[in-house]
Design a protein around this ligand. Sequence first.
Ligand SMILES: Nc1ncnc2c1ncn2[C@@H]1O[C@H](COP(=O)(O)OP(=O)(O)O)[C@@H](O)[C@H]1O
Ligand SMILES: [Mg+2]
Length: 364
Amino acid sequence: MNWDETTDETAPERPVGPAADRLVGSAADGDDQAVEAALRPKDLDEFIGQEKVREQLDLVLKAARARGATADHVLLSGAPGLGKTTLSMIIAAEMSAPIRITSGPAIQHAGDLAAILSSLQEGEVLFLDEIHRMSRPAEEMLYMAMEDFRVDVIVGKGPGATAIPLELPPFTLVGATTRAGLLPPPLRDRFGFTGHMEFYAPAELERVVHRSARLLDVEIDTEGAAEIAGRSRGTPRIANRLLRRVRDYAQVRADGIITREIAATALAVYEVDARGLDRLDRAVLEALLKLFGGGPVGLSTLAVAVGEERETVEEVAEPFLVREGLLARTPRGRVATPAAWAHLGLVPPQAAGPATGQPGLFDA
Ligand SMILES: Nc1ncnc2c1ncn2[C@@H]1O[C@H](COP(=O)(O)OP(=O)(O)O)[C@@H](O)[C@H]1O
Ligand SMILES: [Mg+2]
């Protein structure tokens, strides 16, 4: 007898990995960054979906070009992986301008920003990712630079310090943020145009998958692309990542061609279900339904039940569950919706109880 095979029924489930390891996480990992450069659309025509933002931006850029002027400052807001960095590069390309890329967290001191601003060329695009995470002094310097194309460079220290005004060439600031609400109004007001990026419709993601498959030289049929698109949580970055994992599976276990069946089987291996929920999402839903009858249950209790930190449940799993209408946050706690029961193929307790009411009390 092989004693190693005895299973311990009381052992907790394998702990669910941190957010960074998730196949359906929307932040870019190292692997993504390498491939993404190759998959980024290069101009507005190639950019799929986001009709509103695309049309508005097209007008802003065309008008600036016609005037022979530098484009107005642009703010792009939206969840990770929806195409903000891509659009910033497209803006530069459409204006035939060079682009400088930096981010809020990279700018610790106002001096860091002054150094970047004072080295910009005329018409250059400055892409400031995660602009809501910039330090306050840098932010204040940016106000003046955006409005008057001027910075005050402080020379010396203490009482003898003097501010020397420095003229800047006109440039276009493209700010990106996942949290537009966190931007101070004076900063928000200095952008000439704000584009709100929405989650993508399945049909748009299908086009993203087809386009990426072509660039990666992978054969995929219509239904295979639809299957991947449906599991991508409205996010092109996730669609591209799932496509790469399905391609691996198709190469190793099949003839390399992605069909609906191959896509579905491959993503089952990676534990991404038909709706794009992964193991963590399903663990949270299952605990809510099976242990707490669909709630309401407090966040801490739910977190203990799935063996995760409160923050992980609240920030990693719940946003998508709420967006999908599977879970509701109420003042009394977390509650599952009818769609959650349906998704896990379970029957809500009321429906299972006797038709006369008093569900469950004396059920056998
Ligand atoms: N509209 C789109 N059409 C095609 N591919 C897209 C689109 N938006 C995003 N992508 C792809 O998704 C990936 C992530 O986009 P990115 O611009 O880095 O997102 P963000 O900066 O908002 O996190 C990129 O590889 C890009 O190729
Ligand atoms: Mg980005």
